[in-house]
Write a protein that binds this ligand. Structure first.
Ligand SMILES: C[S@@+](CC[C@H](N)C(=O)[O-])C[C@H]1O[C@@H](n2cnc3c(N)ncnc32)[C@H](O)[C@@H]1O
Length: 218
């Protein structure tokens, strides 16, 4: 994760619980870190645990779907397991809550800032991430092999864990007109049926051989 977070970043950890992520960053000389959680118990414990050794760590009890921060305050939002906890099913009210959560994240995030989400990324979560973030962010998904091997080393069962890094487009870059050339129509069908991809004036797809297409276009 450190590859995507710099020491000068203004970081918020949403749904921190009792996790050591903020403490580990602090010990690696990151200083601007705010951690929030809806649980007053977790926040009280974290304040108590860190008040002497890590006095600059800030913990606040707050609802992540109603963040009380200014727009574009943070350059990094870290979410470890919180999205997964929100999105236990695909019911209408759950999707509405998660959509509100993502809107809050996008508004507190600066342009070019990163939303880093550690998740088990089941299909309904992946779909929601893509649907809600792909218009305003560049999305990269990385499988966390080190987390999985650590669990195996400790004789624990290991399930795939992923890190989604969504980088918010700067105002200069969004939105663009996009032409995609794809050789296999089946890929387009998957994008439409599984990821709600819609062809429109801004996003068009040609089914063709990419090299032929570029040769003819040049
Ligand atoms: C699965 S736990 C993950 C905790 C921690 N990030 C970790 O990695 O151990 C999800 C956390 O999200 C918090 N949470 C749930 N709903 C929340 C909300 N609306 N706003 C803020 N935090 C919330 C829970 O209290 C819990 O601490």
């Amino acid at each position: 994760m450190l590859k995507y977070v710099r020491q000068k970043d203004d970081i918020i950890i949403v749904g921190c619980g009792n996790s050591t992520v903020g403490m580990n960053l602090y010990d690696a000389n990151y200083r601007s870190i705010v951690s929030i959680d809806i649980s007053p118990v977790a926040i009280k414990q974290m304040k108590e645990l860190n008040k002497v050794k890590r006095p600059d760590l800030v913990f606040q009890q707050m609802d992540a779907t109603k963040l009380e921060y200014n727009n574009e305050k943070f350059s990094v939002v870290i979410d470890k397991g919180t999205f997964d906890e929100f999105m236990t099913d695909s019911k209408e009210e759950t999707v509405a809550l998660v959509t509100k959560y993502i809107e809050e994240i996008k508004s507190v995030l600066k342009s070019n800032g990163r939303y880093i989400c550690i998740s088990l990324l089941q299909e309904h979560i992946l779909k929601t991430v893509i649907t809600n973030l792909s218009q305003s962010c560049a999305i990269r998904i990385i499988r966390c092999h080190d987390v999985e091997s650590k669990a195996l080393d400790q004789n624990e069962s290991s399930i795939p864990v992923f890190m989604v890094v969504a980088t918010k487009f700067s105002k200069l870059h969004a939105p663009v007109n996009l032409l995609t050339v794809e050789i296999d129509k089946a890929i387009l069908d998957v994008a439409k049926s599984y990821f709600d991809f819609i062809e429109d004036d801004k996003s068009k797809v040609r089914i063709a051989d990419g090299i032929d297409y570029i040769t003819q276009a040049s």
